[in-house]
Design a protein around this ligand. Structure first.
Ligand code: MOS
Length: 741
């Protein structure tokens, strides 16, 4: 097509980011800005008996202390608090009443002239509670878990668990070879680098500008308008840069509510920044207990799958995704059943976290497949190929494209899988045991309705605008790349506007759907601009394009050019001059890809671990991730997406775990010193391969790469640990103590 789409292009916002010019939510300023510091509950369940803020109020520089007893009015019905991606239930209302729903719940906001004073004064607020018994342990609550309710809206319907097919119990009983086991994963937290923050600028006349850290400015706008009964024209939400979010910014969070509450109460501009420990009260990947049974027939293909899961949610909302559905979708298997229950705990509501449901559900499936391969005495890759499916097994739909076979082939070749000795503990490197494991990854290739506005000027500059976010996913850059190619302009001629609720509508940036959605929107809108240019160009006397139809011309190097005869062209400037216009503007809503096919991305992951036999220390020395995700818009940053996901997969396999002290229901490691994630020393050789995959679901064949990279990685590593040591650890993270028992 053209020079930008597909090529490895550095971020157009990269220099702004590394020089500090890019401003994040806590960096916007306003005259007389006040600072809010949150006081959080130290009990998990009960009531507030008394909040004594007198000592805090005596500190010089403190302006006010807001609690549920003195706050301005906020909405009192659930509907007002429902955001675009809220699960069913009764959403949390910050500073609403005296009820404590989880430890870490905000119960007061100290507002002061400086952040230091606010934080110090917050430490002086005294709170008396009326404690009630709480439960925060999923293992204590698993027997009381309740079945997931049927979906209540279109969004929830995306995550409907599949129906039972065939007769799984009978098939399992009759299977030649069976494997059944329980796999468990802990609560994990997102820990983006940027702290959650909102700076609310009090514009006067009741108008507010809210600079918030979020994955969806219009979602936050609608939500805040509901909570505070404000009109959208009086409340603008802006979020030009986001320092990582990973799902916890999909729903509006309490920093924004508290900052708006204080700004309205005090008629001043207010900033609220969460501390790192406070961020552990926002949301988390639910812990999961899964039981999988697989049955194979004598031909070593799958006959039966049963997959039961318990995941964690709060007492007040029922968050769930299709945790068990992936195992039904992926492999050819005539008999399958699923059951998904929710353990309700005295914690905040769980939420999406990179590859939600697949990171955990596919972990268990892919470990179980490895165990089945061992039981069948065949190569684990061979088992996947024998069970390969050309259709989504849950729905029977054919895939719009599926190059997973090529992922297996190219991944295995790059890794050297054919040299694997199947015997566990068969390979050593000095004092280390060496293990090789593999797994499959799968994710959705969704699209969502989105509106893009493009303004092309006669001088050959264009502005592309959409209210989407760039949560670090390179959205600015891919938008510019696509616009540049479609408009035939250099990348530098494109300016991108996003992260502002006043821009054309966008869904939240999540689910890996924005790249496909926004690139389709840009392609379609740019085509409309091209058509208008052609209409004008045809009016030029003796126009070289007099007989050209819209599909017969393209925009190249600032000109409208006949595809058949490049000597026939009209410049953008000449066409606009003919029409006596200085710019052309189009705003179009698109929603392609809504056909009756299955839309998914896939991957094959191969991992090598080296395990110190005496100490149990595991190092991931090599990972190859081969990904099929349609057309890759930016080879450089897409590769970084996958690489970062693999690093996260290492964390999930070996490090990450939120630890709750169940005696008081508090998180014991709510900081990034004790919540362990991989650091540079843990990351060795990671190779990312993008397999060619042609897809016609949208104009550019884009599927999105935000989440596929993590799915399957923990399983590949766990399987490699088994291969190295002969020990199956079915409880993540695989820490050395588990290996040494
Ligand atoms: Mo993603 S977990 O939808 O930000």
């Amino acid at each position: 097509m053209a020079p930008y789409i597909g090529t490895g292009t550095s971020r157009i916002d990269g220099i702004a980011k590394v020089t500090g010019a890019a401003k994040y939510a806590a960096e916007f300023n306003a005259p007389g800005l006040l600072h809010g510091s949150i006081v959080a509950s130290t009990i998990a369940k009960g009531r507030l008996r008394r909040i004594d803020a007198s000592a805090a109020k005596r500190v010089e520089g403190v302006v006010d202390v807001l609690t549920h007893t003195n706050r301005p009015r906020i909405a009192d019905d659930d509907k007002a608090y429902k955001d675009d991606v809220a699960p069913s239930g009764s959403p949390f209302r910050p500073l609403y009443d005296d009820r404590i729903l989880f430890s870490g719940q905000p119960i007061a906001l100290v507002v002061a002239e400086t952040s230091e004073v606010a934080r110090y004064a917050a430490s002086l607020v005294e709170v008396e509670y009326e404690k009630e018994p709480h439960v925060t342990d999923v293992y204590r609550q698993r027997d009381a878990a309740i079945p997931v309710k049927p979906p209540t809206n279109e969004f929830e319907a995306l995550f409907t668990p599949p129906k039972t097919r065939g007769a799984p119990e009978q098939a399992l009983a009759a299977a030649a070879v069976r494997h059944e086991a329980e796999y468990t994963t802990p609560i994990e937290h997102h820990n983006p680098m940027e702290l959650y923050a909102a700076t609310v600028v009090y514009e006067g006349h009741g108008k507010l500008t809210v600079y918030d850290k979020t994955q969806g400015v219009q979602n936050v706008q609608r939500y805040l308008c509901g909570v505070f009964d404000m009109k959208p024209e009086d409340l603008r939400v802006v979020s030009p840069y986001v320092g990582g979010a990973f799902g916890v910014g999909l729903r509006p969070q309490f920093e924004a509510v508290l900052a708006v509450l204080a700004a309205r109460a005090l008629r001043r501009s207010v900033r609220v920044v969460l501390t790192r420990p406070q961020m552990y009260a926002l949301g988390y990947r639910p812990a999961m207990i899964q039981r999988i049974a697989l049955g194979a027939n004598s031909g070593a293909t799958l006959d039966a799958i049963t997959h039961d899961a318990v995941t964690v949610t709060s007492q007040y909302e029922d968050y769930n995704r299709q945790e068990t559905g992936w195992s039904g979708l992926l492999y050819t298997c005539a008999n399958a059943s699923y059951a998904h229950k929710l353990a309700k705990l005295d914690l905040p509501t769980s939420c999406d976290m990179r590859g939600p449901s697949a990171a955990t559900g596919v972990y268990a499936l892919e470990c179980a497949m490895d165990e089945l391969a061992v039981a069948l005495n065949i190569d684990p890759l061979d088992l996947r190929l024998r069970c390969y499916s050309e259709r989504n097994q849950d729905t029977g739909q054919p895939f719009s494209s599926k190059e997973l076979r090529e992922c297996y082939r190219q991944g295995a070749e790059a890794f050297g899988w054919d040299k694997r000795n199947p015997e566990p503990r068969s390979t050593r490197d000095g004092r280390d045991l060496v293990g090789w494991g593999m797994a499959t990854g799968v994710w959705d290739a969704w699209q969502a309705p989105i509106t893009v506005r493009i303004v092309l000027s006669a001088s050959g500059d264009a502005e592309v605008a959409c209210a989407t976010s760039d949560i670090g996913t390179c959205t600015y850059t891919i938008m510019a790349q696509v616009a540049a190619d479609m408009l035939g302009l250099p990348l530098e001629a494109i300016s991108v506007k996003l992260g502002d609720s006043s821009l054309p509508q966008s869904p939240v940036e999540g689910g890996s759907w924005i790249a496909a959605s926004v690139s389709s929107g840009i392609a379609t809108t740019a085509a409309a601009i091209r058509d208008e240019l052609l209409r004008l160009a045809k009016q030029i006397p003796n126009s070289p394009l007099a007989s050209a139809a819209p599909g017969e011309v393209a925009l190249v190097d600032g000109k409208l050019v006949s595809k058949a005869d490049a000597s026939r062209s009209v410049s953008i400037a000449d066409a606009m001059r003919q029409g006596a216009v200085t710019n052309i503007e189009r705003e179009i809503t698109t929603n392609p890809g809504q056909d009756a096919r299955a839309h998914n991305t896939h991957s094959a992951i191969f991992a090598e671990v080296k395990v110190d036999e005496q100490l149990g220390v595991i190092r991931v020395t090599r990972v190859v991730s081969a990904v099929a995700a349609g057309r890759i818009l930016n080879a450089k940053t897409a590769s970084s997406q996958i690489l970062g996901s693999v690093v996260w997969g290492i964390g999930m396999a070996l490090r990450e775990e939120t630890l709750i002290d169940h005696r008081d229901g508090r998180i014991a490691n709510a900081n990034i010193a004790e919540y362990l994630v991989p650091v540079n020393a843990d990351v060795q050789d990671i190779k990312v391969i993008f397999v060619d995959e042609a897809d016609d679901s949208n104009p550019l064949g884009v599927k999105g790469v935000g989440e596929i990279g993590i799915v399957g990685v923990p399983a590949a590593i766990a399987n490699a640990v088994y291969h190295a040591t002969g020990k199956r650890i079915r409880d993540l993270p695989i820490t050395l103590d588990k290996l040494l028992v």
